[in-house]
Design a protein around this ligand. Structure first.
Ligand SMILES: NC(=O)c1ccc[n+]([C@@H]2O[C@H](COP(=O)([O-])OP(=O)(O)OC[C@H]3O[C@@H](n4cnc5c(N)ncnc54)[C@H](OP(=O)(O)O)[C@@H]3O)[C@@H](O)[C@H]2O)c1
Length: 446
C-alpha cells in the first residue's frame, strides 16, 4: 500500500474551497487514477472563523501559510491565495526548499518569480505545477509542455481574459459602448470593482509571459510583453470589423520573428472564420501553431471555482503519481534569456480609423503620407456621417461648405511595419487633415 499524498491548502476562497470539495467528492476516482489516495490534512486562510461551506473536520488549521509550508506532515503545498508577493512567495519558496511539491493557480507569482521558483523546485526535487494559472480548466500548460514536447512552436496566442472577451462580445452583439458593458460585467461579477488589471491587458500579459516561456524555452518575463487594453475600442470599430470580415478580440500573442520572440497583448482583428473568432463571452482559448501541424485551438472556461479547481486537482494528481517535469519544459539552465522584440519592428496588417476633415485634398494627403512609408492600402472607406460606407476614391463633389464636417475614414493596410504606420499617422496629424487620435488595431491572420 502506498501512503496517501498529504495535501496542505493555503487559501480557501473561490478556488481553494472548491479544491477541498473536489478532493472529497472525487476521492475514489482520484485514488484509482493516480494510484494513491489524496488527503487534505491541513489548511489555512486569513480568517479561521469565516463560514466556508466545506467539511474541514479532522483537518489541521495552520497558523499561517508559512507554518503550513513548514508542516512536516504536508507532502504537497497548494497555494491558492494569489498575489506576486507575500505571503504566497515566501510560503511557496519555503515549501519548495523543504522538498515539498507545490501546486498553484497564481499567474502573478509565476509571471514574476517563475524562474526563481522553478530553480528551487529543481534543486530540492519537488514538482511546481500551475496548470490553473493560464486558462483555468483549459490544459494549455500540459499541452505546450508535454503534449507538444516534440514540436517546434512558431506562435501561440489566445483569449486569456474572460472579462475582456465578455465586454467585446456584448459591444459587438448589442452595439453598446465599452463603459456600458464594463458596468454590466461588474454587476454580474465578471469584472472587479477596479477593472484596470483586466481591461488594460495586464492579466493577459501575465498569462502570455508564462505560455511564451513554455512555447519558446525562454525565461518567463512579464516585462518583455507589450501591452494595450481594450478601453479605446468603440462600437464603430466592431461594426467596421464585421464589414471587413473580422472580429475584434483582446489577444495575447507570442511569436517567433526575425528580430526575436515578440510578446504582445492588444486588441486584434482576427478573421471571422477563424477558430479563435468563434470564442464568445467569458470563454478563453489558446491557439498553438506548431511546425508541420495545423493550428491547435483549445477552448474552455478560463475562470470560476469549479473549472479552476479541476486543473488544480489534476496537478495534485500528477504529484501523487510521482510525475516530475521541469516547470517550464526544460531545466532552468537551458532556458534562454528573454529579449524583448521591439514593437516598432512588428510587421502585420493594420486597421486604421481616422476622423478626417471633409475637405478637398484630405484623401490625397492621407494617401501620400502612407505612400511615403511604403504602406500599401488594401481598402479605404469613407463613411457618411450617417454611418453608410462610401468608397473614398472616385467620390463625387464634396460639400463646399463642410469645412468643419468630420467623416470617419477606415483604412486597412497590407502587411507593413508598426514604425511605418506610426510615422505616417504622426505626419497626417501634423497635416491637420484629421482630428483626435487615430484608432489603430493590428490584424492577426490565420
Ligand atoms: N477565481 C478564479 O476564477 C481563478 C481562476 C484562475 C486562477 N485563479 C487564481 O487562484 C488563486 C485564488 O483565487 P480565488 O479566486 O480563489 O481568490 P479568493 O476567493 O480571493 O480567495 C483567496 C483566499 O486566500 C486567503 N488569503 C488571502 N490572503 C491571505 C493571507 N495573507 N494569509 C492567509 N490566507 C490568505 C483568503 O482568506 P479568507 O477567505 O479568510 O479571506 C481566501 O481564502 C489566485 O492566484 C487567482 O489568480 C482564480
Amino acid at each position: 500500500m502506498v501512503a496517501p499524498l498529504k495535501v496542505g491548502i493555503a487559501g480557501l476562497g473561490t478556488v481553494g474551497a472548491e479544491v477541498v470539495r473536489q478532493i472529497e467528492n472525487q476521492g475514489r476516482l482520484l485514488a484509482t487514477r493516480s494510484g494513491r489516495a489524496i488527503r487534505v490534512v491541513a489548511v489555512t486562510a486569513r480568517s479561521k472563523a469565516k463560514k466556508r461551506d466545506v467539511d474541514l473536520r479532522g483537518v489541521t488549521w495552520a497558523a499561517s501559510p508559512l507554518a503550513l509550508a513548514n508542516d512536516p506532515q504536508v507532502d504537497c503545498f497548494v497555494e491558492l491565495m494569489g498575489g506576486a508577493g507575500d505571503p504566497a512567495l515566501t510560503a511557496v519558496e519555503t515549501a519548495l526548499r523543504n522538498g515539498k511539491s507545490v501546486v498553484t493557480a497564481n499567474k502573478a507569482l509565476l509571471a514574476k518569480h517563475g524562474v526563481r521558483l522553478a530553480k528551487l523546485a529543481e534543486a530540492h526535487g519537488g514538482a511546481l505545477n500551475y496548470e490553473a494559472a493560464v486558462g483555468a480548466a483549459i490544459p494549455a500548460i500540459k499541452t505546450l509542455r508535454e503534449g507538444l514536447a516534440g514540436t517546434t512552436i512558431d506562435r501561440v496566442y489566445g483569449i486569456l481574459n474572460g472579462t475582456c472577451n465578455y465586454i467585446l462580445t456584448r459591444m459587438e452583439q448589442e452595439g453598446l459602448s465599452f463603459e456600458e458593458c464594463l458596468k454590466d460585467a461588474q454587476r454580474l461579477g465578471y469584472a472587479e470593482a477596479n477593472p484596470s488589471f483586466d481591461v488594460d491587458g495586464h492579466d493577459t500579459a501575465q498569462k502570455l509571459a508564462i505560455i511564451a516561456s513554455l512555447a519558446f524555452g525562454t525565461k518567463v518575463a512579464q516585462s518583455a510583453v507589450y501591452v494595450e487594453g481594450i478601453s479605446s475600442i468603440k462600437p464603430e470599430d466592431l461594426r467596421a470589423a464585421e464589414e471587413l470580415g473580422y472580429r475584434v478580440k483582446l489577444l495575447g500573442v507570442a511569436v517567433r520573428t526575425k528580430t526575436g520572440i515578440e510578446q504582445r497583448v492588444h486588441p486584434t482583428m482576427v478573421p471571422r472564420t477563424s477558430s479563435i473568432a468563434q470564442v464568445m463571452g467569458v470563454t478563453n482559448a489558446v491557439t498553438i501553431d506548431g511546425e508541420g501541424i495545423p493550428p491547435i485551438t483549445l477552448v474552455g472556461p478560463g475562470a470560476g471555482g469549479a473549472a479552476t479547481a479541476s486543473a488544480v486537482v489534476a496537478d495534485i494528481a500528477d504529484v501523487a503519481r510521482g510525475l516530475r517535469v521541469p516547470p517550464f519544459g526544460r531545466p532552468v539552465a537551458k532556458l534562454r534569456k528573454t529579449e524583448k522584440a521591439p514593437m516598432m519592428r512588428h510587421e502585420g496588417g493594420y486597421y486604421i480609423r481616422l476622423m478626417a476633415r471633409d475637405l478637398p485634398g484630405t484623401a490625397a494627403t492621407i494617401a501620400k503620407r502612407l505612400a511615403e512609408q511604403k504602406i500599401s492600402i488594401e481598402s479605404i472607406v469613407q463613411r457618411h456621417p450617417n454611418g453608410a460606407p462610401d468608397p473614398i476614391q472616385g467620390r463625387g463633389k464634396r460639400n463646399a461648405n463642410a469645412a468643419s464636417t468630420l467623416v470617419p475614414v477606415i483604412l486597412v493596410t497590407y502587411a507593413t511595419s508598426e514604425d511605418g504606420v506610426r510615422q505616417a499617422l504622426q505626419a497626417v496629424q501634423r497635416d491637420k487633415v484629421i482630428t483626435g487620435r487615430p484608432q489603430v488595431i493590428r490584424i492577426e491572420k490565420n
